[in-house]
Ligand binder design. Sequence first.
Ligand SMILES: Nc1ncnc2c1ncn2[C@@H]1O[C@H](COP(=O)(O)OP(=O)(O)OP(=O)(O)O)[C@@H](O)[C@H]1O
Length: 278
Amino acid sequence: MDAAFQDALKQAATINVPTAHPRLPGPFGAEPIIRTRSLGKSYPKGPAVFAGVHLDIRADQRVALIGSNGAGKSTLLKCLIGLLPSSEGEIMTLGESFHAAPTAAQLQRLRRQIGFVFQNHGLVSRQSVLTNVIQGKLGLPGSWRAWHQSLADQAWREEAMQVLAEVRLADKARARADELSGGQAQRVAIARALIRKPRLLIADEPAASLDPAVGRDIMQIFSDLAREHGITLVYTTHDMQHALDYSDRIIALKAGKVFFDAPTGDVSLRDMDGVFHA
Ligand SMILES: Nc1ncnc2c1ncn2[C@@H]1O[C@H](COP(=O)(O)OP(=O)(O)OP(=O)(O)O)[C@@H](O)[C@H]1O
């Protein structure tokens, strides 16, 4: 590593609390996969959820988004990927730049490159695990075949089996989704996101309803898959240990602002505490 790059890393590592400005400069933040400038969001008739948010999220990072209940984490995630219109500022995600909301064509291109996992796995309970995974292809070209595994061609079924193997669930392919435990269902949801071959994986509290051991297992799977496949992972969590153990970078929201945005190794428990207390 050359000296200039090391300096840039050191500079990037200085924690800056509180700030609404980007702090990952130069070489550390090559071409970002997500960039926002002066991003703000209010719901109709409501106060601002957040304002003046500047972010530069680099490809291949695992980013934990933390903050109290109602801090705006889910709202920010949805704005970043165009599922909710923002109220002010600019967004660039996966090369698509937009104010407020993406165009229909932009949204379609974004959806093709993004995988989603939510707290409630959202599987179709009466369908098989295999069909649920193949349904991850919906929205991609030729995707009417993804409604059921029997319509899908052999290549898609093989892909589905491969991603199920990656989450250690190949043996459950023929089981019905409602026969799975919470942790298994969440692993299927990850496989369903993975079959899209996403560049960006968005997860909103993916381990929230799981017991501690299973929750850690799910976070480890996310983390390993993101690394192995070079996927950028952005997730929200209320578990500070998950944020510390399974991210390269932590972004904290507090009182409608970015409270800190720093490499995980530079975030102390005291910094974390400041997110939740005055
Ligand atoms: N559809 C909506 N209409 C109006 N207000 C909303 C809507 N969704 C969220 N809000 C409000 O926006 C604020 C931020 O909510 P959001 O769900 O983004 O926070 P969060 O940090 O994800 O919270 P949690 O950790 O509890 O999931 C809250 O005050 C919430 O009440």
